[in-house]
Design a protein around this ligand. Structure first.
Ligand SMILES: CNc1nc2c(CCNC[C@]34C[C@H]5C[C@H](C[C@H](C5)C3)C4)c3nc(N)[nH]c(=O)c3cc2[nH]1
Ligand SMILES: [Zn+2]
Length: 372
């Protein structure tokens, strides 16, 4: 049984490349993880997600515990079998979702009780219950049950919330138990306050995790404030373990995060925006529903090898979006996920060659040219 391990390969400034080895396969880092919210990456077959180059995807504790239920997924053989994805899966712990989706939430030291946004039924999440659910789902990388404070929040509120999350991190570690081949990641909190980020990192290192996430960001603070924290926060975490920035982001967020030492990211953006007609390309964003594409015979991006760019014109994509055809979301989601994986492959190659600075300046220059 291969155990879970992380091997660093190259560094270029604060940026690193590496490989996470798991019993279900290897993850090339820096890695982008597509989001499979309710056991599906929306509008994509799993084999198509794999074809984009994704080595790992995200499952969702909150949705799956409500419907179809974690115990049911376990009875049916676990999430990998259920959704026909045999590579690694990372699941979030559910806390972030409860705070953004559920109603009638009650937060105590024990955990959170809430009413399902699906049918109003009562539920509870705690470090122990979150570990149990993620074990039932069978995910390879488990996230600690934490609280991500909503902005705006005073430093006092951020400190209080971070310290609760650190107590929950210890309870998550204790409840996770001994699971060879599986990993538990701690989540650093502390808002945009350096001392609180330091306190959180020290506590997580004292407990000990197989990987460490930078949480509490991409919650409306803006790119400048986020990069300000990323200028120091990843460096507070063990350099020999994967660093996961949660919920990020736009392509330029991703480039900036990788420059600052982040190894893993997840974001709904490429898939969610793909369904609304927003294409992400090397030259920036293209809204394919805009009338200017109605007669354009050219592909979305000549340099892209995805099925949408290889076989269809902008005019066709414009048409199927305007007429609400299912293929519209399928093609643009595939393109966006393909573009994100191409960006990650470019970043990995540049870091391996010690040429990240050139890659980044070319990335920004090409975007500055704007869409064709
Ligand atoms: C967007 N900004 C942002 N996200 C964040 C997330 C969720 C990461 N994505 C997982 C998720 C969240 C939703 C949507 C999909 C599927 C499933 C439910 C799991 C991705 C976060 N998750 C946790 N546990 N803690 C955070 O501090 C945090 C901060 C975030 N800041
Ligand atoms: Zn494409």
């Amino acid at each position: 049984m291969t155990k879970f391990s992380f091997t660093l390969k190259a560094t270029d400034g604060a940026a690193r490349t590496g490989t996470i080895s798991t019993p279900r396969g290897e993850i090339r880092t820096p890695a982008f993880m597509p989001v499979g919210t309710a056991a599906t990456v929306k509008a994509m077959m799993p084999e198509s997600v794999a074809a984009t180059g994704a080595d790992i995807l995200l499952g969702n504790t909150y949705h799956l515990m409500l419907r179809p239920g974690a115990e049911r997924v376990a009875r049916l053989g676990g999430l990998h079998k259920f959704m026909n994805w045999d590579k690694p899966i990372l699941t979030d712990s559910g806390g972030f979702q409860v705070m953004s989706l559920a109603s009638l939430r009650k937060l105590t030291e024990e955990g959170v009780t809430f009413a399902s946004h699906v049918d109003g039924s009562k539920h509870m999440l705690s470090p122990e219950r979150s570990m149990e659910i993620q074990k039932l789902l069978g995910s390879d990388i488990v996230m600690c049950f934490d609280e991500c404070p909503a902005l705006p929040a005073t430093e006092e509120e951020v400190a209080k919330s971070m310290r609760l999350s650190m107590r929950w991190a210890q309870r998550s570690r204790d409840a996770f138990g001994d699971r060879p081949g599986h990993a538990l990641f701690g989540i650093q909190q502390g808002g945009v306050t350096r001392e609180l980020r330091e306190e959180s990192a020290e506590k997580l290192k004292e407990i000990g995790f197989e990987g460490y996430a930078v949480g509490g960001l991409a919650v409306g603070e803006g790119q400048e404030a986020m990069f300000g924290v990323l200028d120091y926060a990843p460096g507070m975490l063990p350099q020999d373990k994967p660093r996961y920035l949660m919920g990020v982001g736009k392509p330029d967020d991703i480039v900036g995060a990788v420059e600052r030492g982040i190894d893993m990211m997840d974001c709904v953006l490429p898939s969610r925006s793909g369904r609304t007609g927003q294409a992400w390309t090397r030259r920036g964003q293209v809204n394919i529903k805009n009338a200017r594409h109605a007669d354009d015979p050219r592909p979305l991006d000549e340099a892209c090898t995805c099925p949408a760019c290889s076989n269809y014109s902008r005019a066709y994509l414009h048409h199927v979006f305007r007429s609400g055809e299912m293929i519209s979301g399928m093609l643009l989601t595939w393109h966006n996920l393909h573009y994100y994986q191409e960006l990650m492959a470019g970043l990995r190659a540049a870091i391996d060659e010690g040429a990240l600075a050139r890659f980044v300046s070319e990335f920004h220059e090409t975007r500055a040219m704007g869409d064709i």
